[in-house]
Design a protein around this ligand. Structure first.
Ligand code: C5P
Length: 245
């Protein structure tokens, strides 16, 4: 009887850790294909989703995206597109054809650009919108002629995006609750600026732990340096998963 209880508990724990692992996206913020693939190889089990951003994509191009996809993992291509509607639409098509699962665009491009992007997506690729970068402050908004508070601008852009058919929003952990309250389960929310309890903040100032972010309602949590700069990245992932159970 006790053995059966332990085995049920073990199965439940494994299931929970696998479900939580699916929510973690590891940011491959490294300069070369070799370093990126080395990380993917170490983390591929249990991690099944990786983010490729401007640094790695500019250095290695679509080849690195294909290489990560060929391991069976999913890719979030974080290019934060912002251009005239036609150019963005063509880039969205290209990303869809490579087979990436998630792509980011800037919602400041406004509804015509956003609609061009959502109309051009294919292969079930999700388009996530970036509202106000977390590096921006009210002072930054004033510089570009926006007189509103950051939170109001985040909501304004998020509404523009959702109205134009995006699948989700990239948010700071502190915006998750507000966005969930506004949109319910209609959208996916991916957060970054995450620090496990044991990790150094680096340059992150307003971070949350993975558990807090998930409790606040995030669907995906993007984590970089706490995993990728750890002497043993695999161990860092295990520690994060243990923290989440
Ligand atoms: O700080 P860390 O290495 O975990 O960052 C992981 C990714 O999240 C990076 O690609 C970074 O650009 C992005 N990001 C962030 N902080 C935000 C928003 C995005 O670090 N507030």
């Amino acid at each position: 009887m006790i053995l059966r209880d332990i085995s049920t508990l073990h199965d439940k724990l494994v299931h929970e850790m696998t479900t939580n692992a699916d929510k973690i996206i590891v940011a491959l913020d490294v300069p070369t294909k070799r370093q990126a693939l080395n990380l993917v190889e170490q983390l591929r089990d249990p991690i099944s989703f990786f983010k490729i951003g401007l640094q790695l994509y500019t250095a290695e191009g679509p080849e690195i995206v294909r290489a990560v996809l060929s391991t069976g993992a999913k890719v979030w291509l974080d290019l934060k597109l912002y251009d005239i509607p036609n150019t963005v639409a063509r880039a969205v098509e290209s990303a869809s054809h490579i087979g990436v699962h998630m792509l980011t665009i800037h919602l400041s491009g406004a509804s015509e650009m956003i609609r061009a992007a959502t109309a051009a997506r294919a292969n079930n690729m999700m388009i996530l919108g970036v509202t106000v970068l977390t590096s921006a402050t009210e002072k930054t908004l004033r510089e570009i002629g926006i007189a509103d508070k950051v939170d109001n601008q985040v909501l304004r852009l998020a509404n523009l995006g959702v109205g134009a058919g995006i699948d989700g929003i990239v948010a700071s952990p502190h915006e998750v609750k507000m966005l969930r309250a506004e949109f319910g389960d209609k959208i996916k929310i991916a957060v970054q600026g995450i620090r496990p309890t044991w990790a150094a903040p680096d340059d992150q100032k307003r971070f949350m732990t993975p558990r807090q972010a998930i409790q606040a309602g995030a669907d995906y949590i993007g984590i970089g340096r706490p995993i990728t700069s750890h002497p043993n990245p695999r161990e860092a992932v295990t520690k994060i998963l243990e923290e989440l159970v």
